[in-house]
Design a protein around this ligand. Structure first.
Ligand code: CA
Length: 726
């Protein structure tokens, strides 16, 4: 749409508020664009999506990805009457991160395992379900659960990025596969979790896998055939030779020289995966995408020769939408060593930051590293950047070019550095929103410290977690009563309203833990966010007053979307606690874990429906066998657990509940049962593959000894019950 003027936008949004009932366009509203149908929805409709708020056409709502809807039927005055219109059971206990897409009266949403659901957006009736049958072996390539952030739509097709690297177009009416393209080398640990974006006649998709050792890139495919149109790599190939890709010229010109000639990047891919944010700047005809962290994380082993910036890790990159040719980049964390992805939400808008406060088209991001950036959308020039969190250890600020001023010890991993933000970031994938009315960005921010330390041995285990850091650093073998509560207090979450012009916080709501849901703002001055505590909440966008909340009986990490049918506005949220935080950091989550059963829950004013009661997970918190092993065994078990198990089953063997808490498992008490799973891959179908390639029999038994020891430590500390206690 390219609104150039906030005043005009406000006037238009007021008018649009009066015609959310799909009335035909009239001269009075300046000729509202036609609402697209399933058959004709295309890039032009997405470019005009701000003016057709009755549909939600792409991941971030519009190409600007502000997650700001001009619907305003649901308002601060009546939001208290918001009730359930319908619910749909996604039948999963794994993470759900999708934004519901709505067009032609149909909602397209994904659950875990890249399963796509087509639902009647008014009634919730199931129209079709497509299960791409992702294998357990491929599931094990994921860093952060078998999640998916949603689909794209184009002219009768629904396009999904499948976890195992397929990009597939489905018939929007039937769910049948129209075309399927493999976007990755299946011999490498690539995954897709992000939502594809359609720009003109191309569909854009990246991938994940930098923790396990891959080289990142973004690809554009013909939306009608699935044929590759262009590809842009974000790290060089080991020989620094041309790939025959759109990125060749800029690598030859500047990027290759920012990498040394040897080091683990040549075998571990270098990283830089494009796993989430991709936006389209209609004004400058640029595709702008966020680039992820290094592989491996530790720059000392990744690139031991040089001191270069390692382009394009942790960068925001703009390319020509048609050819993929390089336009500009801005690197948020040069020579990333901290898992500081710049894949977080990218948002385009016009801000009064030009000469004499003239409007200037900008792109904004609150990446993991804790700084809020405002860049010129045409050139990538740094305009401003400030920490959006209160506490930061790795850097003291940004210089005039926007380059971080690092703490002198931040990279001294031999002695360890307590990093804030830690690898979970000050803001992770949970999308932020921006309201052009309040001029505020709404960030699901968090504080999650982590001690970063070099590995004590060669931890290269090909195609598994492989970052050259010691995850057992700072993890004690035993700990006193009250430790878990102490840790939990240190891990914080908030919804932060940020003024990007003044670069300062306007208001903040504190949550009991980090990793809360994505955000949506509306023209009626509301901001919606789900929480890990299982509520969907509506706030006053100006001051953060909590105006409405509804318990949805499951933790929420996904962002809401909104749409209107027959004159009624709906708010949709996909629930289901899971994802990276849930797997990695159960220890940081408050004790009252909500049941993790995914649903789509849709609200409307006066809705009289009911959120289904979820089965309560009553975990039998008793060790199922006696502790065994020496202190040496437990130390070895901790080291091996940290290398192989911790990122899914949690530090201190405390699980969030998404995956089994090994302390209370019968298999932990039974060597044969344990070996069947850990060494022989009995649960491969769930993603728990055999670790025989990485663990000796002694290692495996040492881990089991450590796990049971942790179980009995919990009993000793009053965090669990002893055997035989009812
Ligand atoms: Ca990462």
């Amino acid at each position: 749409m390219g609104f150039r003027n906030i005043g005009a936008l406000l006037a238009l949004s007021v008018l649009l508020g009066a015609c959310t009932d799909n009335t035909p366009p009239s001269a009075a509203n300046g000729g509202k664009p036609e609402s697209p149908t399933l058959e004709n929805v295309n890039s032009t409709h997405i470019a005009n999506a701000a003016a057709t708020p009755e549909v939600w056409l792409s991941y971030g709502g519009t190409y600007d990805e502000q997650r700001f809807s001009r619907l305003e039927q649901i308002s601060p005055d009546n939001v208290k009457t918001l009730g359930v219109a319908w619910t749909y059971d996604l039948q999963t206990s794994r993470g759900v991160e999708a934004t519901p897409i709505v067009v032609g009266g149909v909602m397209y949403v994904t659950g875990a395992w890249s399963i796509v659901y087509a639902l009647d957006a008014k009634s919730g009736e199931e129209l079709w379900v497509y299960d791409p049958q992702v294998s357990g072996e491929d599931a094990a390539k994921g860093c952060c659960d078998v999640i998916n952030r949603g689909v794209a739509v184009h002219e009768g097709k629904v396009i999904v990025g499948v976890f195992d690297g397929r990009l597939e177009a489905l018939d929007a009416k039937t769910g049948k596969v129209v075309w399927s393209t493999l976007t990755v080398d299946k011999s490498m640990p690539y995954t897709i979790t992000g939502a594809p974006r359609v720009v003109k006649d191309k569909v854009l998709i990246g991938n994940g896998g930098a923790e396990l050792g891959v080289r990142g890139y973004i690809s554009a495919y013909d939306v009608n055939t699935g044929a590759l149109a262009w590809r842009f790599y974000t790290a060089p190939n080991p020989a620094k030779k041309p790939d025959g890709a759109a990125s060749d010229a800029i690598f030859a010109q500047t990027a290759n020289a920012t990498w040394g000639d040897r080091g683990k990047w040549t075998t571990e891919g270098g990283g830089g995966t494009v796993w989430d944010s991709i936006i389209y700047d209609t004004v400058n005809d640029s595709v702008i995408f966020g680039v992820g962290n290094a592989s491996p994380w530790n720059a000392k082993t990744r690139d031991p020769e040089g001191n270069g910036d390692n382009l394009f890790l942790s960068s925001i990159v703009a390319v020509d939408a048609d050819t993929g040719a390089y336009k500009w980049h801005f690197q948020t964390t040069p020579r990333d060593q901290f898992d500081f992805t710049a894949t977080q939400s990218l948002i385009l808008t016009d801000l009064p930051v030009g000469p004499k406060e003239a409007l200037r088209r900008v792109v904004m991001q609150a990446p993991k590293n804790g700084f809020y950036y405002v860049l010129d959308a045409k050139t990538g020039a740094f305009i401003s950047g400030k920490p959006y969190i209160d506490l930061m250890t790795w850097a003291s600020g940004l210089d005039a070019q926007g380059r971080p001023i690092e703490h002198p010890d931040a990279r001294k991993w031999d002695k360890g550095f307590l990093n804030i933000p830690g690898p979970m970031g000050a803001h992770n994938w949970h999308p932020m929103a921006y309201s052009p009315q309040t001029g505020l960005a709404y960030i699901p921010a968090q504080q999650v410290p982590q001690l970063l330390k070099s590995g004590t041995q060669d931890q290269t285990h090909k195609k598994r977690w492989n970052v050259d850091g010691d995850f057992s650093a700072g993890v004690p073998l035993t700990y006193p009563k009250g430790t878990l509560d102490f840790i939990r207090k240190d891990f914080k979450g908030s919804l932060l309203a940020w003024d990007p012009v003044k670069q300062e916080a306007r208001w903040r709501v504190t949550h009991p833990g980090p990793g809360n849901g994505g955000v949506m703002a509306t023209a009626s001055n509301l901001v919606f966010q789900g929480t890990l505590g299982g509520e969907l909440v509506a706030y006053n966008a100006t001051n953060g007053d909590k105006l409405w909340a509804k318990q949805v009986n499951s933790g929420v990490v996904a962002p809401p979307s909104t749409y209107a049918i027959d004159g009624e506005q709906y708010i949709a949220i996909a629930t289901g606690w899971g994802g990276g935080w849930a797997l990695n950091y159960g220890v940081g989550w408050p004790k009252a874990i909500t049941p993790d059963v995914g649903h789509v829950i849709v609200f409307k004013l006066g809705g009289q429906g009911h959120v289904p009661d979820m089965p309560t997970n009553i975990v039998d918190m008793r060790p199922k066998g006696q502790a065994f092993g020496t202190e040496e065994d437990h130390k070895r078990g901790l080291a091996r657990y940290a290398d192989n198990c911790m990122v899914c089953h949690g530090p201190l063997v405390v699980s969030s509940g998404v995956l089994p808490d090994l302390r209370w498992s019968y298999q932990s008490a039974d060597k044969d049962g344990w070996d069947d799973i850990v060494m022989n891959g009995l649960l491969t179908g769930n993603g728990m593959v055999s670790f025989r390639e990485y663990l000796s029999e002694d290692d495996s038994e040492a881990i089991r000894a450590y796990v049971l020891n942790q179980a009995w430590l919990a009993v000793q500390n009053g965090d669990a019950r002893p055997l035989g206690d009812q």
